[in-house]
Ligand binder design. Structure first.
Ligand code: FE2
Length: 279
């Protein structure tokens, strides 16, 4: 069932196997040839393995400038330490929202040597006016993430933005991101209000979900064509993250962990890093 107010899927993208950090195996969904970016989102990685060899090397010390990194852990324990003095562990269902701003150096290392580690890392771009903002970090344990329940028993976790009036765990972000995690029961039909000025996606990580006549299966991202509401329908249990935000519409010049508006700003970031004044 479709109508003019319905958010629809305009492209279906499959993640690509990749390796990052010191050799962590992951699936890159945004930031690969099929979907280079989705303004304001620069990257989406899904990591998930029960084999410690796939994640144990972690992400040793590295810099960032010009955007935000969001780590959402479904299972496992990941330690975090950074140049502004934060230290913590993100675990099972927890969220870390880091503003790299003008510069941060951090490391993300597994705090487990066996068992399942699964989650997502999303990169959210910053507008030029905020690329050199003060770095910051929000560590939100799973218990502080609001959860709503549908009549049929599906769960909606509100990580950022809002859902049916419930404010998310993270609210004060420049591109006004909405980040929801849906755990749908069988035969569900959920109507989610969406902002028609946003860009974003639905990424299914368990089961299958139908949106306006198109089915997304596990491991598929649907790039959305935004209208006023998104209808999610399931025949069996399914899980997906929904992420949207205001497009920035500025040039994106990326060199690894630095994302700026011009090559000169990238050169400056490299000089600052080499001279030890980035963070
Ligand atoms: Fe990082």
């Amino acid at each position: 069932m479709t109508n003019l107010n319905a958010t629809t899927i305009k492209q279906i993208v499959q993640g690509m196997p990749a390796s990052d950090g010191a050799g962590v195996k992951l699936k890159r969904v945004i930031g690969q040839p099929m979907l280079k970016n989705l303004d304001p989102f620069l990257m989406l990685d899904e990591f998930g393995s029960e084999d410690a060899q796939d994640y144990i090397a972690g992400f040793p010390k590295h810099p960032h400038r010009g955007f935000q990194t969001v780590t959402y852990m479904l299972n496992g324990k990941m330690g975090h330490k950074d140049s502004i003095g934060n230290e913590g562990i993100i675990e099972d269902g927890g969220l870390q929202w880091m503003n790299a701003g003008k510069g941060i150096i951090h490391e993300e290392m597994p705090m487990q040597i066996e068992g399942k580690m699964r989650g997502f890392q999303l990169w959210v771009n910053l507008p030029s006016t905020e690329k050199m903002s003060a770095p910051g970090y929000q560590d939100i344990p799973t218990a502080n993430i609001p959860e709503l329940r549908s009549e049929k028993g599906s769960t909606i976790r509100v990580l950022a933005g809002d859902y049916k009036g419930q404010k998310g765990a993270v609210t004060t972000q420049s591109v006004k991101p909405q980040f929801l995690d849906f755990h749908l029961v069988a035969n569900e039909s959920l109507n989610v209000a969406t902002q028609n000025t946003h860009n974003g996606f639905l990424y299914v990580y368990e089961g299958e979900i139908e949106v306006a006549g198109k089915v997304l299966s596990k491991g598929q991202l649907g790039v959305l064509n935004f209208a006023n509401h998104l209808v999610l329908e399931s025949k069996a249990c399914a899980r997906a993250i929904f992420v949207s935000g205001e497009p920035i519409n500025e040039p994106v010049v990326q060199y690894g962990p630095f994302v700026m508006n011009s090559q000169e700003e990238i050169n400056q970031a490299l000089r600052d890093f080499q001279q030890g004044v980035l963070a």
